[in-house]
Design a protein around this ligand. Sequence first.
Ligand code: ADP
Ligand code: ADP
Length: 224
Amino acid sequence: MSFVKVVGLTKSYNNSKALDNVSLEIERGEIFCIMGHSGAGKTTLLRVLALLEKPDSGEYYFDGEEVDWNDSLRKSITMVFQIPVMFNTTVFKNVAYGLRIRGYPKLEIEKKVRDVLRLVGLEGYENRKAKSLSGGEKQRVAIARAIVLEPKLLLMDEPTANLDPTNSAIIEEIVKEIVRENETTIVFSTHNLFQAKRLAHRVAHIHRGRVVEVGNTEEVFEKP
Ligand code: ADP
Ligand code: ADP
């Protein structure tokens, strides 16, 4: 079975279907892109995959097992949001948060935080106030906070939508590095097809809550 498999996911808000019978399979180690216009259902799909939202119907199999919505897999699946939300403390505490609530020993936390800050290019930023950072730096802190838990699946909802091209390029390099270093599976959404081409192995197009096309990135974009 695929690493991630969803079958017939449906989710409505106010009688309107944000997800309409979505089925997808994603392989381990893949960078998978969800494309679609604003309102197509990308965020809803990612939130369901992140277990932040329960679908009205459908099945979700993760790493060989059907998801139990009451059981928290939340260390195995983490999510980065379009707009990074920083706690009003230091970069160190923002990144360490998930490890601290899980009771990791202090020295291990310090090492893990140091390692992920290096990966996102924020070495030495530990004592900076997270809220004082630039938008690009905040998004990198948000990514560090998500990967410090060593998730098997990392979800990123339009991670560069609010960034300039330079900062977007930095985030794209970080995404590739995460997959290279940790064999993390990444599902991200974008409406930037150049970004999809640069990053993704496979792409799914969603339109009005339905998957209208899925395939290898080259195939999907070379169609007339
Ligand atoms: P996208 O991320 O592709 O822009 P969304 O998943 O955010 O799309 O939204 C899909 C549809 O579901 C939209 O019509 C949106 O208005 C609706 N929707 C999403 N979340 C909610 C919510 N919490 N309450 C009501 N409607 C929602
Ligand atoms: P609290 O306000 O919860 O008491 P502290 O400021 O005492 O938090 O920090 C909690 C722990 O986090 C400290 O024991 C320290 O190990 C670690 N810590 C905080 N900031 C840093 C940093 N910049 N570099 C390394 N470790 C840090």
